[in-house]
Design a protein around this ligand. Sequence first.
Ligand code: UDP
Ligand code: MG
Length: 343
Amino acid sequence: MAMQAVTLSVVVPMFDEADAVPYLFARLRAVLENLGVSYEVIAVDDGSRDETAELVSQEGARWPQLRLIRLLRNVGHQAAIGAGMEHSSGDYVVTIDADLQDPPEEIAAMLTLARRDRLDVVYGIRRDRSSDSVAKRVSAGWYYRVVRRLAGPQVPAHAGDFRLVSRRVLNALAQLPEHGRVYRLVIPWLGFPAAEHHYTRDSRVAGSSKYQLASMLRLAFDSVTSFSAAPLRIATWAGLTAALLCTLFMAWTVVEWLRGDTVAGWASTVIVVMLLGVVQLLCLGLLGEYVGRLFSAAQQRPTYIVGFDSRQDTGPVRQVPRPYKDQPLEGDGGSQAIVDHRR
Ligand code: UDP
Ligand code: MG
């Protein structure tokens, strides 16, 4: 079968989205069939523990444009998006969440805008966040404020990962082998011609949010430390200020001592110790963040490993990513030898 050139690739990261998958595919397929362009859908199963991969695989039997890429384990939203984009072949690639918070119907307008104005990036911008919890809205507000300050005003506020990019952008991204990439910052930083497309973000169709507090903090830390060394300077300034305060305090102590007014200064001792402790811990933590990034960059580990790709392998999905101990021991000499050795 000759491969047809693909105009639009749609990348969907999925982590335990079995409840949302049927709704997603019904709506997404209706939209894509009406676009009048050749397309592919790349469902990236980010190490789900539920039936997500099976459902995608079943749907793939009825929908030839649907491709399943199953990662060996959970690597997180951003890395899953990266995996999907790297396996895509379309002239344009849209990334969209699996939970239908980003309406697939908007894809048509985004593609039209990109083609008409010859743009390389179209950001989906959330018009309002009334579907999000108060805590999420407040934290998101702070996140975009800080991140725009550090990464530059070209980063659109309230642009998540519902976005269309061109092949040119993907080629440029391929040249940045950086770890812990945050696409919503890296893509604006590249500086390709871009526009915003405003849309209303719905609430999740089924299941619950996969972003726990820990992953939100991770995203925030990656966003800040991948774009700026400014926090290291905060550490320096905090250290300098503390040093100045301590000097004044010491001078005052000496004066008091000369005047013979010294009393057992328990309170002041405790304050000094605490102050220094806080500043030192703060600086150490910040250093640790950057050293950690250097460490993972130096390791050069891949951000994900593909366990199954429906384009290459049409066998049952379940066969591939499974822990060693669960693997069936068929009459294969090699594996038999390993098993004997273990016993
Ligand atoms: N996701 C993923 N890997 C993860 C966490 C999330 O692929 O480790 C996917 C998830 O399936 C969804 C998208 O990323 O398609 C956004 O996640 P979610 O809707 O839970 O985040 P929220 O909308 O609550 O910020
Ligand atoms: Mg969501």
